[in-house]
Write a protein that binds this ligand. Structure first.
Ligand code: F6R
Length: 609
């Protein structure tokens, strides 16, 4: 069986320091992206390659490392296999002669290349597609007139697939080569030293000056600097940018987990997402990066939102806000589905892509397909300078700060706020009255304080969570505005507690799933005090009549247990109603003893299909 190593972390260092501790520290920061095996390779002083790799966590690979394990340049990798067993042999780096490589992505023609290399007498040490690349580079580097950058370029021209790679060659010390195609690579510019990583979180603490590689770009790094060029050997020029977060953003900051930290950051996240974006004069929103003048914005006849997982659910919430405030028909669809159905792309539709990482391959591919067909795409993206952000015509940065926990929380909230701002802007150039504009703006300003009130009730929610965790499954229901909330609540519970959780529109319950209601299957019901409250109460009555247990989230006591949240404007209430469901999932997982920041089978950025 071939084993891919897809959603992984890469780190590299060139400079006067010993790379080993730098690589291990970087890998630890990247561990949230992949955590079934890890490894490093460094070039020792006397020109020998030292490799250490092991199945398990980064700390397993670092354990018992001999004092002489020192050197630079060096490369490191933390892996999350999507197919094939994690094992010592399949862990990266992969070595061929004096060359060592680490790779994220999938090499589609690996079987064919492996067969050719084997016929030439090459022996493989692992089952990975990545190892092919090590042998191809080593073969090209066998010519002493070819430098490492050129050897990497020649090897990559033979590859079909996606990659983010870092390469060192013990017989060519002082240089490390990295390349990107569909899997992110970012360079960190130090003082007489260079770093590279698949994610800026590994660079924080070392440098704030970064350069994002584009697809099809290769970079040769030395202590003195870097040069970049394309697969066709054409030199490129890059503009460094400043990192907007420091190392502290990558620590748990006194919380037990990143997820807890990120849930608690939400009041501040909302404040940041709103900063400078509300216009008190015209009761509208200021969104500098939209690249959409009022005339274009008025011409929009539909809004189509795409994203995956939590980003998709936040898109459903966004579609609701846009329809309500701007009265433009809007809907959301999983980007992973959209891209495969040969979508009709309409010039009067505004497309909006939502992504925390800005690297999700399905979303990126959908954006590329839209742009190719002439669609206008806005990005609601958290990571500045990420692939999706760069691919879009304009957008709104979420400014939620780094989100490390695999389960997304603060980004969902920040996306809800960004959609409210977009809906306010689109509404106010149409028929939303100044009074309604002012009402929504005031509602947005009230969110941080109201989220804090919910966070202050964590202990009460934790008690209900422990009760929920005693069951094997749960229903989540909500109507209209409450439905995306229910879906996101179910998603959170599934991801970290591994309980089966199914979200249903409350209105659909009686059309089938009511048959499942029994004392064994609790229902989490989203019941805001809005015009649909009575309908929701009827549904709760139907559940109770079947002896179903209900935990409600709403504005007043509507069930035996209701998590009462502060009331905002009806259009904005879904943002608040989601927060207790994040806490509920968190404490359910905690009471079951799960590793919350590293849920099984999942990784933070899904940069493969
Ligand atoms: C949910 C979660 C995933 C992501 C999805 C999209 O907690 O983590 O469902 O939301 O993979 O990721 P981004 O937003 O990075 O495109």
């Amino acid at each position: 069986m071939r084993s891919g190593s897809n959603v992984c972390g890469i780190v590299a260092y060139v400079g006067p320091q010993d790379a080993t501790p730098i690589l291990f520290e970087g890998l630890q920061r990247l561990e949230y992206r992949g955590y079934d095996s890890a490894g490093v390779a460094v070039v020792g002083k006397s020109g020998q390659l030292r490799v250490r790799k092991a199945k398990g966590r980064v700390r397993d690979a670092a354990e018992g490392l001999p004092a002489r394990f020192k050197g630079a340049p060096g490369i490191g990798h933390t892996r999350w296999a999507t197919h094939g067993e994690p094992s010592d042999a399949n862990a990266h780096p992969h070595v061929s002669g004096t060359v060592a490589i680490v790779h994220n992505g999938v090499i589609e023609n690996a079987d064919e290349l492996r067969a050719k290399l084997t016929a030439d007498g090459v022996e493989f040490a692992s089952e990975t597609d990545s190892e092919v690349l090590a042998h191809l580079i080593a073969a090209a580097a066998a010519d002493p007139d070819v430098d490492l950058a050129e050897a990497v370029r020649l090897a990559l021209t033979r590859i079909v697939g996606t990659y983010g790679i870092a390469v060192v060659d013990a017989s060519r010390p002082g240089v490390c080569v990295v390349a990107r195609n569909g899997s992110p690579v970012v360079l960190g510019l130090g003082d007489k030293e260079m770093y590279a990583a698949s994610d800026v979180s590994a660079l924080a603490g070392h440098t704030r000056q970064v350069v994002h590689l584009d697809d099809g770009e290769i970079a040769a790094l030395t202590a003195g600097g870097y040069r970049t060029f394309t697969l066709e050997a054409r030199a490129t020029t890059k503009e460094p940018s400043e990192l907007d977060a420091d190392a502290a953003s990558y620590d748990t900051g006194g919380h037990a987990t990143f997820m807890a930290k990120e849930i608690h950051e939400q009041p501040e996240v909302v404040e940041r997402a709103l900063r400078g974006r509300l216009d008190p004069r015209f009761h509208t929103a200021h969104l500098g990066g939209l690249n959409l003048d009022p005339r274009d914005a008025r011409a929009i006849r539909r809004v189509k939102i795409i994203g995956c997982g939590t980003a998709y659910y936040s898109g459903q919430l966004g579609a609701q806000l846009i329809e309500e405030l701007a009265r433009i028909p809007a809907d959301a669809e999983p980007a992973s589905e959209f891209r495969y159905r040969n979508p009709v792309v309409d010039p009067d539709t505004l497309y909006v892509a939502v992504s925390q990482s800005g690297e999700t391959y399905d979303t990126l591919a959908a954006v590329q397909e839209l742009r190719r067909k002439g669609g206008r795409v806005l990005g609601l993206v958290n990571v500045v300078g990420s692939a999706i952000a760069r691919e879009c015509d304009g957008g709104i940065y979420l400014h939620a700060g780094p989100e490390i926990s695999v389960a997304s929380t603060k980004t969902f909230t920040a996306t809800g706020v960004a959609f409210a701002l977009l809906a306010l802007y689109l509404g106010r150039i149409r028929d939303l009255s100044p009074a309604d504009g002012a009402r929504i703006a005031a509602g947005l300003r009230a969110l941080p304080g109201q989220i804090q009130e919910i966070l202050d009730r964590e202990a009460e929610i934790a008690t209900l969570a422990a009760e929920l965790a005693a069951h094997r499954a749960a229903f989540f229901i909500g109507r209209v505005r409450g439905f995306p909330v229910a879906r996101e609540g179910a998603q959170k519970l599934k991801e970290i507690s591994y309980l089966h959780a199914e979200a249903y529109p409350a209105s659909e319950l009686k059309h089938g799933p009511l048959a499942l209601i029994s004392p064994d299957l609790p229902t989490v019901a989203v019941v805001p005090d809005d015009e649909l409250r009575d309908k929701n109460l009827t549904t709760l009555g139907e559940i109770r009549a079947r002896k179903g247990r209900v935990i409600a989230v709403g504005h007043s006591a509507v069930a035996d247990d209701t998590i009462v949240v502060p009331k905002n404007e009806p259009e904005l209430d879904p943002i608040l109603l989601t927060v207790p469901l994040q806490i509920l999932a968190y404490h359910a997982a905690l009471s079951l003893g799960h590793d919350i920041d590293r849920p099984r089978n999942l990784a933070k950025s899904v940069t493969v299909e």
